[in-house]
Design a protein around this ligand. Structure first.
Ligand code: TIU
Length: 208
């Protein structure tokens, strides 16, 4: 993997998805299932930073007045709390709240780009696409949660926009282990219909 032509993208490693009392748990999920992503992703972040790879983080979340949250998203499902309701980590999935921020273990360093996004994909209603264009990269190494929701939405759109995507298998995760496995297969099936997948060990080896 030649350096200088790719960025590391870390999707939604937020307390709202990984810690009790946040959005993920209000949807009925066991948030502990995502924690296995943290250690390998910490290693990937450290090695990427050391190699000078640009790192971009995203956070799903909404404006305090929820004007960027479509009614369909606000009303969907039968969550124990809805987006914007008060929870133990602040208002659920609202920008600026403690729960909406990235977990301490993977906190961005000064200078790393962080995009708040109202949707599942990183491109919709954000400056993510412009940031990639400014960086001049054509390839993305994609990590984060959840594999079949925000990672997939982002990878599918990135693929349409002409980016080659490599999704790191152990640095992505789902509340549904079978969805995780299948989502990864869906990316690389048919000769790489949306991109490719690999374990973080291969990425670290290629960086070294
Ligand atoms: N619920 C779920 O699996 N995911 C999300 O709502 N957002 C992200 O994937 N970040």
């Amino acid at each position: 993997m030649s350096e200088g032509d790719f960025a590391l993208v870390v999707i939604d490693m937020q307390r709202d998805f990984l810690e009790p009392g946040g959005f993920g748990e209000t949807l009925g999920n066991d948030v502990s299932l995502l924690r296995r992503v943290i250690a390998p992703l910490r290693a990937v972040l450290a090695a990427s930073r050391a190699a000078g790879v640009p790192v971009i983080h995203t956070r799903e979340g909404h404006l305090p007045d929820l004007s960027d949250c479509p009614p369909a998203k606000l009303l969907r499902g039968a969550p124990s709390k809805r987006i914007g309701d008060p929870g133990p980590m602040g208002r659920i999935l609202v920008r600026g709240e403690y729960g909406q921020d990235i977990i301490d273990e993977l906190a961005p360093t000064p200078g790393e780009l962080v995009f708040d996004k109202p949707g599942k994909g990183a491109f919709h209603a954000t400056g993510f696409g412009d940031a990639l264009a400014a960086l001049g990269v054509s390839r993305l190494v994609v990590t984060g949660v959840t594999t079949e929701v925000c990672v997939h939405t982002t990878v599918r759109e990135a693929n349409d926009r002409g980016y080659d995507c490599l999704v790191l298998e152990d640095c992505t995760g789902s509340y549904f282990p079978e969805f995780h496995r299948t989502a990864l297969r869906m990316i690389s099936a048919q000769g790489g219909i949306f991109g490719w997948t690999a374990g973080s060990a291969a990425y670290l080896q290629a960086l070294a």
